[in-house]
Design a binder for this molecule. Sequence first.
Ligand code: NI
Length: 196
Amino acid sequence: MNNNLTSSAIAYIMVLFKENSDGHDFDHSMRVYHNAMVIAECEQPCDMEVVALASLLHDVDDHKLFDTIDNFNARSFLKTNNIDKSRADMICQAINEVSFSKNKGKTPSTIEAKIVQDADRLDALGAIGIARTFAYGGKHGRSLDDSMKHFHDKLLLLKDMMNTDTGKRLACERHDFLVLFLNQYKNEVECTNEIQ
Ligand code: NI
């Protein structure tokens, strides 16, 4: 794998996300990249470079942040770094298959896209998942109870949606932590209700 290319991709998203948000998405992309590398090590054979680039670039054309079409930001990076068209297509296809909405809930078609999707979902679980849920809720003016609904509506379902065996194993650990948190939260709320 070309480490220079990975470093360039990290530098590229650092600038891109700095201009477009509060830096949270850079940190998210780095965690997804890290998760993806951990999963990819255990899910051989797979193309590590495609996994690395697709994970680092998976949100650079996210419609909530950028007004681009046909993976414009991802493609500009890949073109500038002399990645040939067929390989760029492969990476962009993986990026597009990671997105639940773009992919209409279908399972990704390649092992590389499956790994990146698992890595992205892992970042919605565990302690990070909890922190992200309340950070997002706070930003959008939601009450704690409204944010709690997100755990039941979405996050608790993720562990059964993982694609790879490694992803499933890692998701189970983080899922158990969510359940622990939810039980503790429920206990504390019930205690409060008792003294009212
Ligand atoms: Ni993401």
